[in-house]
Design a protein around this ligand. Structure first.
Ligand code: SF4
Length: 580
């Protein structure tokens, strides 16, 4: 089974229109965890589909959607010597010849209201001495993995430096990160593109930094723009148009030929105001003229705007998504149905190697840095700091020689399949050969009734080469329902039992309307923490996993009604970059 899976994966890799042809993989040496009873149950495909539709703000690629409940039974016990954590990681990564790396830089000039990522308080994080301490610990984390997994024997096939805003870090710290990766892994920069993220202001005002990235061998750059609604920007005292043009010029002058812009939709529209989303997409094409454009649907969970989720119906989101897809296609940016990234570079997916290989092939990766996520075919991990956004636990853990993981899950077979499939939907569908190579069975055997439902209802179809199960146009407008079909049973159970959501979503979709209060229920934080319950995990000196109720503090800023964007007090450089 394994050998035939490898053969099939070779053939799919040959068809991936991008860069190096990395071949992976093997089934995890450490195997999968025993499933719970909930994880072996089956749920009616239509019911799951409807639950996914109803909860369209929740049923997305951020699997397993409720860490505090769904995957909790698979959490690896933490002990002072981290024996079980180490054994699980060695079982998951030890046998790999190829893998990928994500380095998280959790510093930003400001905390954007729509941000769901791990960013330390900017007041603290922008200080040089804080950043230097952070990078020292980051390199310590590299060393811990080098010793545990013999990483120099593993070839890197993808490497992203994300955040946060990596370009907030000094050039020297980014150069040291590149050197550390080369020291700790087999890394050939000719075989794949390293990607980094920046913001318009930094790219515009620090051209020497952008040039230095290119000189270090980084070949892809992604800039968070999100909106070009300049009238709004002007009202807020911003001159973003100036930043964008200069940023573009500096990025091109540095030599970058793989330049991505992130845009974001799904914000509440202003009462009676015109939706500027179409203008944002067209302006981005006309003014910035990037090689790739990535569209993100706003995810409210865990952001400062979570309470505004109730105002966003699926009809609005679908209309905005469809408008963007049409404008991009008309202007030569191509992408599969349901895929987030569109590219005008022939043969390119527009994504970094790291993202493409993670999404299409499921190549395991280690995420290093504060709150970073790691995933292999049998494990899922989140580093310290994902909840608290504070550095101390992370720094201290590395200092003590402990792997700075907050939660490690040894996944069941179905849990790992669910994670792989969810992430696959970044590209709007699932590679059948990669699925089989990773899990030892075909998708049609793992999800027989769910796959039949998706095909019979015209939500998905096999691509011409037979290798992918891809969303149709109908499936794209029912994205969350289709995606939920491929969740693991215990995650589907959670979704089925969730109250609220957009109750009349199917009627609203068929009539092209949306109700006044389209969605019921404010989401809890992305990475749940239930205060008041005693954490059953042992208390460890040098380990502070239980967060202070930082995320529960009331945001002192006024609630933004009728305006999704930036608070009046937001700093000038608040245009973000978004990592995924
Ligand atoms: S959206 Fe981007 S720039 Fe804004 S706080 Fe989050 S990571 Fe930083």
């Amino acid at each position: 089974m394994q050998a035939s899976g490898m053969m099939r994966l070779r053939s799919v890799a040959a068809r991936i229109p991008n860069h190096s042809r990395a071949v992976h993989s093997s089934l995890p040496a450490g195997g999968w965890a025993q499933p719970t009873v909930e994880d072996t149950s089956t749920h009616d495909p239509r019911e799951v589909f409807l639950a996914g539709m109803r909860h369209h703000h929740t049923a997305n690629t951020a699997y397993p959607i409720a860490h505090g409940t769904t995957v909790k039974p698979y959490r690896v016990r933490r002990t002072r010597d981290q024996k079980e954590i180490r054994e699980t990681l060695i079982g998951a990564y030890g046998g790999l010849k190829e893998m990928m790396l994500y380095v998280h830089v959790p510093f930003c000039a400001q905390r954007c209201q729509f941000c769901e990522y791990t960013v330390v308080d900017p007041k603290h994080g922008r200080r040089d001495e804080v950043q230097d301490r952070y990078f020292k610990a980051l390199f310590g984390e590299f060393d811990l993995y080098r010793n545990m997994l013999d990483t120099p024997s593993k070839r890197l096939v993808g490497f992203d430096i994300g955040g946060g805003t990596p370009s907030m870090a000094s050039t020297d710290n980014i150069a040291r990160t590149m050197d550390k990766a080369a020291e700790c892994f087999e890394m050939d920069l000719k075989s794949f593109e390293v990607s980094i993220e920046t913001t318009p202001k930094i790219a515009a005002s620090e051209p020497e930094k952008i040039r230095a990235y290119y000189d270090m061998g980084i070949r892809r750059i992604s800039m968070g723009v999100q909106t070009t609604d300049f009238s709004l920007a002007k009202r807020l005292g911003r001159e973003d148009g100036d930043y964008l043009l200069k940023a573009r010029e500096n990025i091109r002058n540095a030599g970058f030929e793989s330049f991505n812009i992130d845009l974001m939709y799904g914000f509440p529209s202003r009462e009676g105001g015109k939706d500027k989303w179409g203008e944002t997409v067209q302006n981005t094409i006309d003014v910035i003229d990037p090689d790739h454009i990535t569209l993100y649907r706003m995810r409210y969970k865990g952001t400062k705007m979570a309470h505004l989720q109730e105002r966003i119906g699926l009809t609005q989101v679908n209309q905005q998504g469809a408008l963007a897809a049409k404008l991009l296609d008309d202007n030569g940016y191509k992408g599969w149905i349901g895929k987030n990234t569109y590219s005008r570079t022939p043969g390119s997916s527009g994504c970094s190697d790291y993202l493409e290989k993670r999404v299409v092939q499921g190549i395991p990766y280690l995420g290093m840095g504060l709150g970073a996520q790691s995933f292999s075919q049998s494990s899922l991990a989140y580093n310290l700091g994902g909840v608290t956004k504070r550095l101390e636990q992370y720094l201290k853990s590395v200092e003590l020689g402990r792997v700075p993981i907050q939660d490690l899950y040894h996944l069941s077979h179905s849990g790992a399949m669910g994670k792989f499939c969810s992430v696959s939907f970044y590209f709007g569908g699932i590679s059948l050969s990669a699925f089989e190579a990773n899990f030892g069975i075909p998708l049609s055997v793992a999800f027989p009734d769910k796959m039949s439902f998706a095909l019979d209802e015209g939500l998905m179809e096999r691509t011409a080469d037979g290798d992918r199960l891809q969303l149709t146009a109908k499936g794209k407008s029912h994205y969350s329902g289709v995606l939920a079909l491929f969740y693991a049973p215990h995650v589907q159970q959670h979704l089925l039992e969730m109250p609220g959501g957009e109750l009349g979503v199917m009627d609203a979709l068929s009539s092209g309307t949306t109700s006044k209060r389209p969605y019921v229920g404010v989401p809890v934080s992305r990475y749940e923490y239930k205060p008041g319950k005693r954490d059953p995990r042992p208390t460890l000196s040098g380990d502070w996993a239980t967060p202070v109720s930082a995320s529960r503090k009331r945001d002192p800023r006024p609630e933004l009604i009728g305006d999704w964007a930036l608070a009046e007090s937001a700093p000038q450089d608040a245009l973000p970059t978004v990592s995924i």
